[in-house]
Design a protein around this ligand. Structure first.
Ligand SMILES: Cc1cc2nc3c(=O)[nH]c(=O)nc-3n(C[C@H](O)[C@H](O)[C@H](O)COP(=O)(O)OP(=O)(O)OC[C@H]3O[C@@H](n4cnc5c(N)ncnc54)[C@H](O)[C@@H]3O)c2cc1C
Length: 462
């Protein structure tokens, strides 16, 4: 047995379980106040180049880093945008460079500040890992599957895991669960009655994803970087996004809800694309050549563990990222929400005067209380979308959510005539503005005018 993380009396160690985006960013932030940060990861990490690993299966699917996440990531790691540029990852103006089809048709294009990055997920993870590896206070223990927590009164004292045949025990003062959607802590706390079923909210739209890369036609430089086609409830549950990911490649995700799963076989890809609400992606793909395998993913639902309501949690434990909440990924909010949570942790940690037991317990309590406020807007949007489908399983949990969903449904028809609504909606979707911004006086005025007078006489969109 090997012991890690044992310390001199005043030496403080943070132990992070999981080296996904949450774990690595948290390591960077906690290293500002802790003497040592140990990150435990079950997979072997590739230190030289971006590679896919089994611990993050969704990484084979198309990922976009939204505006809010991108800006905060740059704040945390200045210059990371330049590195993304160097690797050829496009920077896209969401409203100008993308052809967007809402359920009501094509959305007019206009310039905005909603800059986003379509990325191959391993590339982003690799850049973040490179930054963290430069941090001398952070030690990463990979190929170490963590399976057990050891307690002393209401605190975690150590975690245990196996590396090959060797049992490794890691002691620490503060523990972070960043093990993602399948964190073993949830199972353990459930079996002990600490997490009760009333603490977990689930909305399942029965969603599937299939992602395929294509070589775009040689010399083809259209005036767009992406095409997004939304589903149209309740008739057409198919949606898609085609994104230029740089280096002459497109990454295309086919998405289906209500069990209208996209194909697992490459030869069926175009057929599914043909049934989208617009034929544009299908037409473009006919000119392109598929490269690499088709990757399929099922089971991405909205799931929120309300840790803020769970009693008897260890005082020195905090859960962050997908281990707390996952979303229907159609809006691409997961990583940006993680980065927002880390940003909050950063500002709180930098204010800590001491890192003794009491301060660490207060830090966990503070974060558990505040994280739901960050999650709520993303949850609102994802659930709004999902409840448009009769097959979706789950409950609209409270009255304010029901009213908000009703309001969103009523607002939708004015979108083709209101640039303000489209810009605000997309800012909400990018987690830049709160959903309350949709109740802006200009939008309300446009809504009332539309209700009283109908669409503009010439039916002209903005
Ligand atoms: C189909 C799909 C598409 C998505 N698209 C987008 C998108 O476009 N934009 C976006 O922002 N988000 C997207 N997401 C969400 C995004 O992938 C997640 O929000 C994000 O990866 C969460 O990061 P995390 O670090 O919390 O968890 P994870 O990325 O799941 O990382 C968890 C880590 O913990 C490790 N681990 C787990 N258990 C143990 C253990 N016992 N011991 C040691 N290590 C362990 C794992 O190996 C892994 O490295 C998508 C998700 C899906 C499913």
């Amino acid at each position: 047995m090997k012991n890690v993380g044992q310390k001199k009396t005043r030496h403080k160690t943070a132990v992070i379980l999981g080296a996904g985006i949450s774990g690595l960013l948290a390591a960077e932030v906690l290293s500002k106040r802790f003497d040592q940060v140990i990150v435990v990861e079950r997979n072997k990490l590739s230190l030289n180049r971006p590679t896919f690993r089994s611990g993050i299966p969704q990484a084979k699917q198309f990922h976009v880093l939204l505006n809010s996440g991108l800006n905060l990531l740059e704040k945390l790691f200045p210059g990371i945008n330049l590195e993304l540029d160097r690797l050829g990852v496009p920077l896209v103006d969401y409203t100008k460079d993308c052809i967007l089809f809402s359920p009501l048709g094509k959305v007019p294009r206009f310039p905005s500040n909603l800059l986003i990055r379509p990325t191959e997920r391993p590339v982003l993870d690799f850049l973040i890992l490179q930054r963290v590896l430069k941090n001398s206070k952070v030690k990463i223990l990979d190929s170490l599957h963590c399976r057990k927590l050891n307690f002393k009164s209401n605190k975690i004292e150590s975690v245990e895991g196996k590396k090959g045949d060797e049992l490794i025990v890691i002691k620490g003062d503060f523990f972070l669960d960043t093990m993602g959607r399948n964190s073993f802590l949830e199972k353990r706390f459930k079996s002990e009655g600490i997490i009760e079923s009333k603490n977990i909210q689930t909305i399942d739209p029965y969603l599937g994803y299939s992602t395929q890369k294509f070589l775009k036609p040689k010399g083809y430089n259209p005036d767009w970087s992406a095409i997004e086609i939304a589903s149209r409830p309740p008739e057409n549950p198919r949606a898609s996004g085609l994104w230029d990911i740089g280096n002459g490649q497109w990454m295309v995700a086919l998405i289906g809800v209500s069990k209208c799963y996209p194909p697992r076989r490459q030869e069926d890809f175009l057929n599914y694309a043909k049934k989208l609400e617009s034929s544009l992606i299908y037409e473009e793909l006919k000119k392109a050549t598929p490269i690499g395998p088709l990757n399929h993913f099922r089971g991405a639902k909205n799931r929120w563990i309300h840790y803020e309501k769970v009693k008897r949690l260890p005082s020195n434990l905090l859960s962050i990222g997908d281990s707390v909440c996952t979303f229907n990924p159609t809006y691409g909010q997961g990583m940006s929400l993680v980065i927002k949570e880390i940003n909050l942790l950063n500002s709180r940690v930098s204010k800590l005067s001491k890192i003794e037991d009491k301060e660490l317990s207060n830090l966990s309590k503070y974060m558990r209380k505040k994280i739901p406020k960050l999650i709520a807007p993303a949850w609102f949007l994802a659930s709004c979308e999902d409840f448009n489908w009769p097959m979706t399983a789950g409950k609209r949990s409270n009255l304010s959510l029901k009213i908000s969903h009703y309001f969103m449904d009523k607002l939708a028809p004015i979108a083709p005539y209101s640039k303000e609504l489209v810009e605000t909606f997309l800012s909400v979707a990018n987690l830049v503005k709160s959903p309350m911004a949709l109740a802006h006086p200009i939008i309300i005025k446009q809504f009332i005018t539309f209700k009283l007078l109908g669409a503009p006489k010439n039916n002209e969109t903005f």
